[in-house]
Design a protein around this ligand. Structure first.
Ligand code: CMC
Length: 390
């Protein structure tokens, strides 16, 4: 009676069975539906990977084309939602706006509340994958006071996102294929990562029978923190704070000091105790983008030096703290011209198919409402004290 395991941070508790993603953190392996992440990053593309996550198999050429065309035809937002943005301050953090707008989608698509209906679930998945880049770009345009740009059906998923971010009604944005590919890879490399904090949040919210838009909004909220999706933004802020190569040793010493809460952002991972396989591909993409743009950024020199220290310094080696995916993605996004505050919004956009796939997997099978237990450490029972006696 009353016996259960105390496992803060769920370090050793499996809360579900899943067929979607496999990670071996010691060996640095990440598979989606059995396919290695590096093969997907090099040979597949984001939308195909979305299909794989959602349906369990790679699509045929015909299925791939149909899926891409369905997503393309769901990219616009309801006109009323465009006005919804005006309720936010323009200096709001983009994640605050994205969280609100995605949660509000359930007020527009009432069929999504009918989670028992397979067709409605599928349409909600299309809508989310299609509309997230539109919302992300609108969040940015709103913050800088520029008009929203409509999505364009003739562009790829990543190309369309760059267009909605950087084009204006006065000037077309010519999509550079190297940047388009890099953007697609950033989305793809973030597409799923099994039971991380935000995906577990989506499952927990979904276990009560909540609709998919509400569940994904909950996932976005969980992703925001600097220990999770907010890390890519925190990496850039940290590089800027370090400012100069001469300051690196001081920051590394702080990261090692147990009395100092400072940590090197973009290093370490709960699951990977080896090089994060996503970080390897991201590093290669980072090099491609920087050479294409001919950028010689002093922050990159700091980043490269930090990377070297982490590999050589015994503190990091003993604790198996390697640069993670967010260490490199932040640098790429900065080079593309995306402001730091938008980084986590882009992570959320990429992670959407993973969140939906997990939500769908859960509600398609037998499941129970998620309800962790606790160890109560508060007062024992005591009598209420009237206010005049306190
Ligand atoms: N800098 C310095 N020391 C660190 C760092 C770091 N970035 N990360 C972990 N450590 C130390 C930590 O102090 C502890 O040392 P000791 O054993 O002496 O007490 C040891 O390494 C183990 O750390 P932990 O906190 O027990 O590990 P965790 O699994 O609870 O945390 C983490 C994982 C990712 C939250 C953590 O490594 C961290 O805060 N990293 C920086 C933030 C970051 O880059 N997060 C993005 C993760 S990848 C994207 C995603 O999946 O969301």
């Amino acid at each position: 009676k009353g016996l259960f395991t105390f496992d803060p941070g769920f370090v050793s508790t499996a809360a579900c069975e899943s067929k979607i993603t496999y990670i071996d953190g010691d060996k640095g392996i990440l598979l989606h539906r059995g396919y290695p992440i590096d093969q997907l990053a090099e040979q597949s593309d984001y939308l195909e990977t979305c299909f794989l996550l959602l349906y369990g198999e790679l699509p045929s050429a015909e299925e791939k084309e149909k899926f891409a065309s369905t997503i393309t035809r769901h990219t616009m937002l309801h006109e009323q939602l465009n006005h919804f943005f005006n309720g936010f301050r323009r200096d709001a953090h983009p994640m605050a706006v994205m969280c609100g707008v995605v949660g509000a989608l359930s007020a527009f698509y009432h069929d999504s509340l009918d989670i028992g209906n397979e067709y409605h679930r599928e349409v909600a998945a299309y809508r989310l994958i299609a509309k997230m880049p539109t919302i992300a770009a609108m969040v940015y345009k709103y913050s800088i006071g520029q008009p929203f740009m409509f999505p364009r059906n003739d562009l790829s998923y990543a190309g369309n996102f760059l267009h909605m971010m950087f084009a204006t009604p006065c000037e077309e944005y010519v999509v550079n294929p190297v940047l388009e590919r890099a953007m697609d890879r950033i989305f793809l490399l973030h597409a799923d990562h099994e039971q991380n904090a935000s995906t577990s949040t989506v499952r927990l919210a979904g276990s009560s029978g909540a609709n998919p838009f509400a569940c994904i909004a909950a996932g976005i909220a969980a992703l925001w923190g600097p220990a999770h999706g907010g890390a890519n933004e925190a990496v850039l802020n940290m590089l800027e704070e370090i400012g100069d190569e001469s300051q690196i040793d001081e920051f590394v010493a702080r990261a090692k000091d147990k009395d100092d809460p400072f940590r090197l952002m973009g290093f370490g991972h709960r699951v990977y105790k080896n090089f994060d396989p996503r970080a390897k591909v991201m590093k290669q993409t980072c090099d491609e983008v920087l050479s294409e743009l001919g950028i010689d950024d002093p922050l990159l020199k700091i980043a490269k030096r930090l990377e070297q220290i982490a590999i050589e310094d015994p503190y990091f080696a003993e604790r198996k703290l390697y640069p993670n995916v967010d260490f490199y993605s932040g640098i790429i996004l900065k080079a593309i011209g995306i402001p730091t505050e938008m980084f986590t919004v882009i992570f959320a956009t990429g992670r959407t198919p993973g969140w939906i796939a997990h939500w769908h997997e859960m509600i398609s099978g037998p499941y129970r409402i998620g309800r962790p237990r606790q160890l109560y450490t508060g007062n024992t029972q005591r009598d209420y004290t009237p206010i005049e006696k306190r």
